[in-house]
Design a binder for this molecule. Structure first.
Ligand code: PLP
Length: 453
């Protein structure tokens, strides 16, 4: 690494920051309160700014860099591809697109053998819904409260988090999305006391929603296999099999959104593998190429694909199946296989994150429920463990959000970059983080939690 604390670099950082504030419009800059931190570089599980501060990435950049930053094999594959074939319209076959699809199909469960490429996760979900509507000839879609499926029009309508609807034309852009409650024992809607009871009541509720809406009108049920941004809600055993059975019973397409949960994050290639469930469609994005080039897609079976003859156009048609994106998928999957990243993430979850985070919950009164699997964990921050009153309210802003902001600042001051979403703190480092770095981050979290206790 170069001398990143030199005055020249500091001046460069100040210019980067000023240009960004002056010309870039994105959701964080619009809020004004959250300044973009100018970033100078990254490697593995670390990134650094222009002032010489290094951060252990416990966020994976919106749960995305599953294989870490600047992985040499992925970077080399992109460079090699860029020197050979950078862009080609999607009607042309090319070797990397075929290879990326072949590898994904090989990893996907059951008969999911075809890949429809998109440019990200929201677009993948949009297209999965279109395919379900074409396949069934029905229009309604059911999705769970607390889910996040993206921010384009259909995807935001699927998203079951009212906080995200504030400035969107939900119901105008796409009607016919109905939300239902998924299982979540810690703050149960079903007044259940055991996981088995919670699962049973959640499935009963889902079947009642199906019957109320009219089974013959419902094209799809869309579910994050493990709900991500709402705080890593891992479904109880039997829940997804129950959803699968309801879909079979009523001829509904089961779409598993694995944009965040897929590709090693949960300690399996796909999170549905934990429960041996095969959805009708799986959507993916982030981890599939560790976010090096925008990409996403829908994995579909020939059985479903052959039921409609209409052409389905991805929203970003020109770039779908982009050679650079596909080259980075191939290199990511190859590197994950060679380095045993899936197994590593599973082991970290069982031996490091699970035990250490549960210890933190026992030690710190501010930690409520701990949930997770693999390299995919979250803590609820509470005022009181018994009443489960959250440390900051849902949708907290300004002074209300201060306790979580202070916790985030305490982690950053200790060199660990957190992923905080209102009253939940996610622990989502790259899936190939070393055990030593994982423990370093957990120690910083332990110290930082004192500010929330
Ligand atoms: N689905 C899930 C489960 C996600 O977590 C996200 C993004 O966080 C998306 C979809 C949207 O993906 P993208 O930001 O690539 O559109």
């Amino acid at each position: 690494m170069t001398d990143i604390s030199s005055d020249d670099l500091k001046a460069a950082g100040a210019k980067v920051f000023a240009d960004d504030r002056a010309h870039v419009f994105h959701s964080w800059s619009a809020q004004g309160a959250i300044s973009p931190l100018p970033i100078a570089g990254a490697e593995g599980s670390w990134f650094w700014d222009y002032d010489g501060n290094r951060y252990l990435d416990f966020s994976s950049q919106l749960v995305n860099t599953n294989i870490g930053h600047q992985h040499p094999k992925v970077v080399a594959a992109i460079q090699e591809q860029a020197g050979r074939l950078c862009t080609i319209a999607p009607q042309f076959a090319n070797d990397v697109r075929g290879e990326a699809a072949r590898l994904i199909a090989e990893l996907a469960p059951g008969d999911l053998d075809y890949v429809f490429f998109t440019n990200g996760g929201a677009e993948a979900n949009e297209n999965a819904v279109r395919m379900a509507r074409l396949h069934t000839g029905r229009s309604k879609v059911l999705s769970a409260y607390r889910s996040y499926h993206g921010s384009t029009s259909t995807a935001i309508a699927l998203t079951g988090d009212p906080r995200r609807w504030a400035n969107d034309a939900v119901g105008q852009s796409t009607g016919g999305v109905v939300h239902f409650f998924g299982p979540h024992l810690y703050r149960s809607h079903f007044h259940a006391s055991t996981e088995a009871e919670e699962c049973e009541r959640a499935l009963l509720h889902l079947e009642q929603v199906i019957q109320y809406e009219g089974p013959a009108t419902i094209a799809a049920i869309v579910l994050e296999t493990i709900v991500g941004t709402a705080g890593v809600l891992v479904p109880p055993p039997g829940y997804l099999a129950g959803v699968r059975a309801l879909c079979d019973k009523y001829g509904i397409v089961y779409i598993a959104d694995e944009v965040m949960a897929g590709f090693a994050r949960s300690g399996r290639w796909f999170a549905v593998d934990h429960w041996d469930v095969t959805p009708d469609l799986i959507t993916f994005a982030k981890g599939s190429n560790s976010g090096y080039i925008p990409v996403g897609g829908v994995i579909i079976s020939q059985r479903i694909r052959d039921t409609f003859d209409q052409r389905v156009y991805p929203g970003g048609l020109t770039y779908s199946g982009h050679p650079l994106a596909c080259a980075s998928i191939v290199a990511t999957i190859d590197a994950m296989r060679e380095e045993g990243v899936v197994e590593h993430a599973a082991r970290l979850g069982e031996e490091v994150f699970g035990p250490a985070l549960r210890e933190l919950a026992a030690k710190h009164p501010s930690v409520g429920e701990v949930r997770g699997v693999g390299a995919f964990w979250a803590l609820d921050l509470v005022k009181n463990q018994d009443t489960r009153e959250m440390l900051v309210p849902y949708n907290a802003a300004g002074a209300d959000a201060a306790p979580m902001n202070e916790l985030g600042a305490a982690m950053k001051a200790r060199g660990v970059w957190p992923f905080i979403n209102f009253n939940r703190l996610h622990v989502v480092p790259p899936c190939n983080i070393t055990e030593a770095d994982a423990r370093k981050g957990l120690e910083a979290l332990d110290e930082a939690l004192e500010v929330a206790d």
